[in-house]
Design a protein around this ligand. Structure first.
Ligand code: SF4
Length: 160
């Protein structure tokens, strides 16, 4: 068995394949926590045939239970706080959170304060920030692609 694994590693190196512990694809669950839909428009373009983010191994999935990445747009409204937390806790570990757009990052947010629960960065452990109002499809695809390049996300919090 050991010899087989060693030969497999050698073959991966010869073929210049990425290390086995680097994910080849990521499943993304998108949650609109209170955006104006501008970020969604650009995200839809990113997933469309022109930018085709699936060719980079990035796919949108319908359920957080199947997702590696929680991609959040908009500042979090009080009504969306609970659904956002439910989606986050439904994801399997290890999980990654990405905040897409200036609203998610808590920048330049318009509206009445009592309806905002806060920026995504104040509510969840954000691993990837994608600034812009809205960010372009190129910026979104490039930023999400870095999640694959960085390797596996961190494991569950152990409190250490
Ligand atoms: S960052 Fe800009 S485009 Fe995105 S939700 Fe906020 S206002 Fe809309």
């Amino acid at each position: 068995m050991y010899t087989l694994l060693r030969d497999l590693r050698r073959l991966r190196r010869q073929l210049a394949l990425p290390p086995a512990d680097r994910p080849a694809s990521l499943a993304i669950r998108h949650v609109d926590a209170g955006s104006c839909n501008g970020c969604e428009h650009e995200l839809t373009m990113t997933a469309g045939p022109h930018y085709d983010m699936q060719r980079y191994g990035l796919g949108i999935v319908a359920s957080p239970r199947h997702a590696d990445v929680l991609l959040v747009t908009g500042t979090v409204t009080t009504r969306m706080l609970e659904p956002l937390l439910v989606a986050y806790h439904a994801m399997p570990e290890p999980r990654t959170v990405a905040a897409l757009g200036n609203c998610a990052l808590g920048r330049d947010v318009l509206g009445s304060e009592q309806e905002f629960a806060g920026a995504v960065t104040e509510i969840l452990p954000v691993d990837l920030m994608i600034p812009g109002c809205p960010p372009s499809p190129e910026d979104i695809a490039r930023a999400l692609r870095t999640l694959i390049d960085r390797g596996p996300p961190r494991g569950p919090d152990t409190g250490e």
